[in-house]
Design a protein around this ligand. Structure first.
Ligand code: 3HC
Length: 325
């Protein structure tokens, strides 16, 4: 339906303008906020960047859950810095979305009313300290796999935000791997905890890349516009190929009996995640969907006095400036 909507809007736009726009994309030029763009391109970017921003913000919750229980002061400081980085990523991305003519308040309202999504992965709980390691290693690892190509995305503000975000994500991935290494080299109980975290986070991490290419609604148009550089399945395969040797290095077992290196393709064959579970999580039925939304709704309503104070301060400053002129 969304694709149809984009198409019908596109037919009303001048064919020459559309062709010139596509030629700029094909030539690898960046599109900037004041440039002409098709309405479908603008809406799709708002959807993708908005969802991405919300994911960064909601993504603070599962790890934030462990800040008070980090096993050492050093681990606590690292985790605090990581969670703060995620807030920063959300803010860069909201700023990038705002250049497309939507306000941050509108984006937030769409998240809180359930009209805008955030990544499925953040609807899974972090039950043990090893889960914090698995989130850094697998979830940030999957995020980087998706986001490195997005540094070359066609929309300038999004591409520039991604360059900065990717630098920090790569530190996040390493801190996660470091936690997993400590656990995997630790006591038998710690090793079991690390394996259990991998068992629970493996398939949800594969789902982060989105449905299979055959089921993806937006990929074809988004790849033509270079909003998306690779297909969902391409990135999922790259992630598996990169992660299997890391799991072997840790001495952990990926919970997939069908996993094997295919000598003909040079890639790992692997089992698909349970797509029924994925779509169910998207419909709001994951283990933590209700908790995540409640946490965001509470944060928004409890932050009202801060927003009111800031607006009042800005209004006062404006009034003073006008009076002085
Ligand atoms: N979680 C929730 N929804 C998902 C999803 C996921 N993992 N994967 C796909 N979907 C949704 C899509 O949004 C779309 O629904 P919509 O039409 O209602 O918006 C539907 O499923 C069909 O999927 P498509 O493949 O057609 O959608 P896209 O072409 O948009 O591809 C995507 C999905 C690959 C996630 C793409 O949007 C993308 O690359 N987004 C930017 C990256 C991003 O959002 N990352 C968030 C996770 S990581 C993170 O932010 C935190 C980090 O610190 C760990």
């Amino acid at each position: 339906m969304y694709a149809q909507m984009i198409q019908s809007e596109a037919t009303t736009e001048d064919a020459e303008q559309l062709a010139a726009f596509q030629a700029r994309i094909d030539a690898g030029e960046r599109i900037e906020p004041k440039d002409w763009m098709p309405e479908g391109y603008r809406k799709t970017l708002i959807r993708q960047i908005g969802q991405h921003a919300h994911s960064e913000i909601v993504g603070q919750l599962p790890e934030g859950n462990w800040i008070t229980r980090a096993p050492t002061l050093e681990r606590k400081a690292i985790l605090l810095a990581k969670v703060q980085d995620e807030a920063g990523h959300g803010l860069y991305l909201y700023c990038a979305a705002e250049t497309l003519g939507i306000s941050r308040d509108d984006l937030t309202e769409q998240l809180l009313s359930g009209r805008m999504k955030y990544s499925s992965i953040f609807n899974y709980p972090t039950l043990t300290w090893a889960d914090v390691g698995a989130v850094g290693w697998l979830v940030d690892g999957a995020a980087i796999m998706n986001q490195v190509p997005l540094q070359r995305t066609s929309y300038g503000p999004y591409s520039r935000a991604m360059i900065r975000i990717c630098k920090e994500e790569s530190f996040h991935q390493r801190q996660g791997f470091d936690i997993m290494m400590k656990m995997a080299q630790g006591t038998e109980a710690q090793k079991r905890m690390a394996q259990d975290a991998l068992n629970r986070f493996w398939y949800p991490s594969l789902m982060m890349f989105g449905p299979s290419d055959a089921e993806s609604i937006h990929s074809t148009q988004n790849m033509a516009w270079r909003i998306k550089i690779n297909s969902n399945d391409e990135l999922r395969q790259k992630f598996v190929d990169q992660t299997v040797p890391q799991a072997e290095f840790l001495g952990l077992t990926i919970p997939d009996p069908n996993l094997r290196l295919n000598p003909e393709t040079g890639h790992y064959d692997f089992s698909e995640p349970d797509w029924g579970e994925f779509f169910d999580v998207l419909r709001g039925n994951g283990p933590c969907n209700a908790d995540r939304m409640e946490a965001r709704q509470t944060a928004w309503s409890e932050g009202q006095w801060v927003r009111d104070g800031l607006m009042a301060h800005a209004a006062k400053k404006r009034a003073r400036r006008v009076a002085a002129e």
